[in-house]
Design a protein around this ligand. Structure first.
Ligand SMILES: [Zn+2]
Length: 51
């Protein structure tokens, strides 16, 4: 059985943030649900520190 977690992503083009279930070890191509750009950045969960 594949493990699925809810991960947060951010679109680098329009700044839209969204969450999506991710199957562990699966590295599929993503695109922004808003602008359909594929410049998606994977945000780490529960990051509280700032740069
Ligand atoms: Zn976007």
């Amino acid at each position: 059985m594949a493990e699925t977690t809810i991960e947060t992503f951010r679109c680098m083009m329009c700044g839209h943030e969204y969450q999506e279930p991710v199957v562990k070890c699966e590295d599929k191509e993503r695109s922004c649900p808003k602008c359909r750009s594929n410049s998606i950045r994977h945000l780490k969960k529960r990051v509280t520190k700032e740069d």
